[in-house]
Design a protein around this ligand. Structure first.
Ligand code: TYM
Length: 325
């Protein structure tokens, strides 16, 4: 069985962007592959934060992932800092990674442009990401589109390390696995849905609050009046229908939009209903899981132990091949 690895930052609750772009796919893939899913807390400390907040965000993310359907009996789910080999391998990869490659990363350029003083951790972030994946010698990495550039760098690092240490094929070159929802736009319709942009709908948000966010959400900008026919392909709400509604509804939505049969608010009401169908069971599971925090802690500890056993095996071989102790 091929091995897959993916990670998610502990940004608090999951939003429907990372759910549709990645986590929903993880839930399916855990049945088909030997799967490792990691809450990457070391990736989340590159900018100032409050320790208590981070602890709470890690717990909230674990709750969200389990509620979304990750099953600790089927996959390994763990917190990155509980497996110290991640940073150990990252240091090794830092010694092989050209500075120019790191400076070229789009996410680095975006993040660095917002900071007055740029911590080296922001630059080296994708090296740690390569270590995350390669520590488990994972072949496939289910992610959203925004992670593809980092993944390309992981492949280059794998190639370089293999060549340098005469270990052809030791690290596989990991490939991305995308879903049709590879890039979910925020409700502002301007940029990808992202916690830092404040344009998200959270997976565990209550239905009233979801509706309050959907009501003003941007649609086809050319549809100014209720009677104007719309173009579904340019409408973010239509794309969310494709992710949440059954195929027949999606088709109906397109017809109603093009003929101005429905107004945008009608269309949003139907989307809200489709979302509720998917989100109600997830919220119910979250409630159940939150009632047993000790069980969740135990599952994460067991996940870290299993991940750690694979990670230490990889490091033993890596060090041997590199002439380290
Ligand atoms: P993160 O935490 O930003 O996002 C987690 C996953 O969700 C996907 N995603 C989206 N997909 C579609 N539309 C969106 N609006 C959207 N927002 C987020 C992301 O593509 C990602 O798959 N650097 C990574 C975490 C990471 C990682 C790894 C991933 C660390 N190590 C190793 C894979 C393998 C990140 O910040 O993801």
């Amino acid at each position: 069985m091929s091995r897959i690895f993916s990670g998610i930052q502990p940004s608090g609750s999951l939003h429907i962007g990372n759910y549709l772009g990645a986590v929903k796919n993880w839930v399916e893939l855990q049945h088909k592959y030997e799967s490792f899913f990691c809450i990457v807390d070391y990736h989340a400390i590159t900018l100032p934060y409050k320790p208590d907040d981070l602890r709470a965000r890690v717990a909230d993310m674990a709750l969200g992932l389990l509620a979304a359907g990750l099953d600790p009996a089927k996959c390994t789910i763990f917190v990155q800092s509980m497996v110290p080999e991640h940073t150990e391998l990252a240091w090794i990869f830092n010694t092989l990674t050209p500075l120019g490659e790191l400076e070229r990363q789009t996410q680095f350029k975006e993040k660095a442009s917002r900071e007055e003083s740029v911590p080296a951790g922001i630059l080296n972030y994708p090296v740690l990401q390569a270590a995350d994946i390669l520590l488990y010698r994972a072949e496939l990495v289910p992610v959203g589109e925004d992670q593809l550039q980092h993944l390309e760098l992981s492949r280059e690092i794998a190639r370089k390390w293999n060549a340098r240490f005469g270990a052809s094929g030791f690290f596989p070159e990991p490939k991305g696995l995308l879903t049709p929802a590879r890039r979910i736009m925020g409700l502002d319709g301007q940029a990808k849905m992202s916690k830092s942009l404040g344009n998200t709908v959270d997976l565990l948000e209550d239905p009233k609050s979801v509706w309050e966010k959907l009501k003003p959400a941007v649609t086809d900008p050319k549809r100014v009046r209720r009677t104007d026919p719309g173009t579904p392909e340019v409408c973010n709400i239509y794309h969310l229908h494709k992710a949440f509604s059954p195929a027949a509804t999606v088709e109906h939505v397109a017809v109603q939009c093009r003929s101005a049969g429905w107004g945008c608010l009608d269309c949003k009401k139907v989307l809200h209903e489709s979302m509720e169908k998917e989100l109600v069971p997830i919220r119910a599971r979250a409630k159940e899981i939150a009632a047993h925090p000790a069980k969740m802690k135990k599952d994460l500890a067991a996940g870290a132990e299993h991940a750690g056993s694979i990670a230490s095996g990889t490091m033993t071989e890596v060090k041997k091949k590199m002439g380290l102790t």
